[in-house]
Design a protein around this ligand. Structure first.
Ligand code: SF4
Length: 443
């Protein structure tokens, strides 16, 4: 059993977990293949953030079984594995491994059990205080690297499964993060993204005791690193020192993703978000008054149980007051084990849809306005790829905006010549609600 296939769903944390799982398997002498049919070990890294997540997993497992054929070992890992546990063996008896992310440090040991013929291998304990630090990470992107600095979540938002699927908050030591970032710089990485469910709740467990603001400030001083990003922040632990650190060092990207979820304090209280609208707006004020212009993005849930028309109008009013650069809007969906599951006054589906579409429309106009301000200005982009369909290079600004552009000197990648990984100046000529367009600026 030395070939494996892995399929990953969900957030950047899951994507990076898979990079570490792949690295661990390669280090154990496995070979990664691109088709489940060609693999002896088929792994499925799952996400349980949305409704029907479990059903999707079981449907995919049935498909795997059909397509991949006999004699395969199937493993379900990640958030649905942790949430469903042994139930997965009952509903999909062809599965032999069920492990949550809090057990990945035991992956080598679980592999040995599988290789020894054990067909009911589990890693489901949440009683952990360690993070999945491994030197064996096989990264998908050669230019921008994820670094997980904190895992789990101690908050208990009433709609969220994460505390039940990823366990308690536990931070890596500042030195281990710096060591990883330095080794990435030596490998030629120029951009790193610090990850956590609540990245700003980071607290170095070593005597150094760095907080998040200190960690990003230190990470921003590593030679060779040109951009440091971080996601996702929680408003309750978002302190002014984070903005000061961004203001002091241009290596720290001037973009903050700060999920608000609702503009109504009464809905925020029912969501157990641990901040009010005013407390949230104070953090927005810090960003609006920063020396550098900070792009602000957010997440919003519409149709949370008990959300009245007036509450929803509060959310729309907040969106217009903040003028976010972009926004992820989700309809509330019931999740297992969460307090909101028991809340009585569930909002009808069609009403949720109406609110989602209304907010999307208002936000689209805001984004058009905000992006329009960049036309005629030059922006530095980190080139991420080339779009064959449009014949444009794909760049990303420090504010996390997509800027697609033409480069007369190299209209398209050829032989060894590419722009991917380079930092180039681009003159913005057009703006859309979700991206910018331009021409390479060589003056
Ligand atoms: S802060 Fe809330 S929404 Fe975010 S991961 Fe924790 S429980 Fe979930």
């Amino acid at each position: 059993m030395k070939t494996f296939y892995i399929e990953t769903f969900g957030c950047q944390m899951n994507a990076h977990d898979s990079e570490k799982v792949v690295g661990t398997l390669l280090q154990k002498g496995y070979t990664q293949v691109q088709q489940p049919g060609d693999a002896e070990l088929v792994l499925y890294n799952t996400c349980s953030i949305r409704d029907k997540a479990e059903q999707k997993v079981f449907n995919r497992l049935q498909q795997f079984k059909r397509d991949a054929g006999k004699g395969k070992i199937f493993g379900v890992i990640g958030c649905v594995a942790q949430q469903e546990g042994d139930r997965i063996f009952e509903r999909a008896p062809h599965v032999s491994l069920v492990a949550g992310s809090a057990s990945y440090t035991r992956l080598p040991e679980m592999l040995v059990q599988l290789e020894a013929g054990n067909r009911r291998v589990t890693g489901l304990s949440l009683d952990v205080n360690e993070t999945f630090d491994t030197p064996f990470t096989r990264r998908d992107n050669p230019h921008r690297a994820y670094i997980t600095i904190i895992e789990g979540c101690d908050k208990a938002c009433a709609y969220c499964v994460v505390p039940f699927t990823r366990g308690p908050e536990r931070s890596r030591t500042g030195e281990s993060v710096m060591r990883e970032a330095r080794s990435l710089a030596e490998l030629g990485y120029t951009e790193i993204q610090l990850l956590g469910q609540n990245v700003n709740s980071y607290r170095d467990p070593s005597p150094a005791g760095w907080d998040f603001a200190r960690l990003i400030a230190n990470t921003g001083t590593i030679a060779g690193i040109r951009r440091v990003r971080f996601t996702t922040s929680h408003p309750r632990d978002f302190v002014k020192e984070i903005i000061d650190a961004i203001d002091e060092n241009p290596v720290l990207c001037n973009h903050v993703h700060l999920p608000v979820q609702s503009g109504s304090s009464s809905v925020l209280a029912r969501m157990q978000r641990q901040y009010s609208r005013d407390q949230y707006m104070r953090r927005i004020e810090w960003m609006k008054n920063a020396k550098r212009e900070i792009a602000i993005t957010t997440d919003i849930i519409v149709g949370f149980p008990g959300e009245t028309e007036a509450d929803f109008r509060e959310t729309v009013r907040l969106a217009e007051e903040v003028e976010y650069d972009s926004m992820f809007i989700f309809k509330y969906s019931k999740r297992p084990n969460t307090p909101a599951l028991q809340y009585q006054d569930q909002v009808p589906e069609e009403e949720k849809t109406a609110r989602l579409m209304h907010l999307q429309e208002r936000q689209r106009a805001i984004q058009m306005r905000r992006n329009g301000r960049y036309v005629g200005h030059c922006e530095e982009v980190h080139v991420e790829g080339f779009n064959m369909a449009t014949g444009q290079w794909i760049g990303r600004t420090a504010q996390n905006k997509t800027l697609n552009f033409h480069d007369p000197e190299l209209p398209a990648p050829r032989e060894a010549a590419t722009r991917v990984g380079r930092y180039l100046n681009v003159l913005v000529t057009r703006a859309g609600p979700n991206s910018l367009a331009g021409e390479r600026h060589t003056a």
